[in-house]
Design a protein around this ligand. Structure first.
Ligand code: AHM
Ligand code: MG
Length: 347
């Protein structure tokens, strides 16, 4: 007997048994997963599909868009706009929100995504991914509601109702939380289906592996330098153990490694652009990843506060990110607090 559990069955059971998800949210997640399958097919074609290289356009953040950034964005919008489960979408690749057109029914959910994370890795055939986050529109009474607007999206990450990512690597893996732990599904290409390959993922509390772009070291703030200096001193230093370093430069791939075997990931504030809180985006990068990591027993902060408690003021807001194995994240966060207290922090 075939005992494989598909994404559909997993979601139906979450809906039926735990009452964790309403049917519309189940539909939404299935549609996002189907879109990720299509994105995966485009990525796999690579040069043969003419999808590599730059699109010669810029997004709202002034970053040059790759062809696949735009393709992935369009796939997600087309897949999600007609099902009746969404009120609006927002994306790294679009300036403002995308309200579901009037010709389709409006739902109560808001979907945000980074359609293709790790864009600098597309052309070099290194793992990339799609990150998504789902919120519920606060006032969804059809009698009284105003048209959906950007303000509706500006909710703290702790209010997410689903979050996940798909990593397009040697395998294509979908990682999901609906607030009841973290599950991983591997794409079975012959069957065209997502198969549950790990449930209740746990991140070890301790680690000997860190991920940070070391080329920015001279720009870091004192607490980040202190933490990495101590790791680099290895066995002979205050940590009394050797550390390993990994940096894939695709947040999805770095976070996937951490969910698989532990570690700490940091993209901290630095002095290059002091007015920017960080490089990564709060709403569709840090929030979904932060929630996944917490659901797997890890922690996620901006050095001072839990990421999921932050109240966003803008759709494309940036944030400093420290996430992964709980004890290491707490250590870096404590170093930030100490530096703030004794005035040695520049941030
Ligand atoms: P993107 O969303 O434009 O791809 O940028 C986000 C990426 C993350 O995936 C990754 O962690 C980071 O930016 C890499 O930055 P760097 O180029 O400094 O290594
Ligand atoms: Mg990104």
């Amino acid at each position: 007997m075939n005992k494989t559990i598909s994404l559909t069955r997993y979601l139906v059971e979450k809906q039926r048994v735990g009452g964790h998800i309403p049917p519309e949210l189940r539909l939404l997640i299935e549609v996002v997963a189907r879109a990720c399958k299509r994105i995966s097919i485009s990525i796999n074609k690579g040069a043969l599909g003419g999808v590599l290289g730059s699109a010669d356009t810029e997004n709202v953040q002034g970053e040059v868009q790759k062809k696949l950034d735009i393709i992935a964005n369009e796939v997600l919008i087309e897949a999600n706009e007609w099902g009746g489960h969404l009120a609006a979408m927002a994306s790294e690749e679009m300036d403002g929100i995308y309200a579901v057109p009037n010709r389709f029914p409006q739902g109560e959910y808001l979907l945000m995504f980074d359609p293709l994370d790790g864009s600098s890795n597309i052309d070099v055939n290194v793992s990339i991914g799609t990150i998504f986050s789902v919120l519920r529109k606060q006032n969804d009474d059809p009698e009284t509601v105003e048209p959906v607007c950007e303000q509706d999206f500006l909710q703290p990450g702790k209010q997410q109702v689903a979050a996940g990512y798909c990593v397009y690597g040697p395998q294509t893996t979908l990682v999901l939380t609906v607030g009841d732990g973290v599950a991983m599904f591997t794409l079975d290409r012959e069957q065209g289906s997502w198969v549950l390959t790990q449930d209740q993922v746990r991140i070890p509390e301790d680690t000997r592996e860190f991920a940070i772009n070391m080329s920015n070291m001279r720009h870091w703030d004192a607490p980040v330098r202190r933490y990495i200096d101590e790791c680099l001193q290895g066995k002979d230093g205050p940590r009394g153990k050797d550390f390993n370093m990994r940096w894939i430069a695709s947040m999805v791939a770095d976070v996937h490694r951490i969910l698989t075997r532990g570690g700490i990931f940091m993209y901290p504030w630095d002095k290059r652009e002091p007015h920017k809180p960080g490089k990564l985006r709060l709403m569709y990068e840090a929030n979904p990843m932060g929630w996944l990591v917490e659901q797997a027993g890890g922690a996620a902060t901006n050095g001072r506060q839990r990421i999921l408690d932050l109240h966003p003021t803008q759709l494309h807001e940036r944030v400093s990110v420290i996430l992964g194995s709980r004890n290491e994240v707490e250590r870096v966060t404590a170093y930030h607090r100490e530096a703030a207290a004794d005035g040695t922090s520049a941030a």
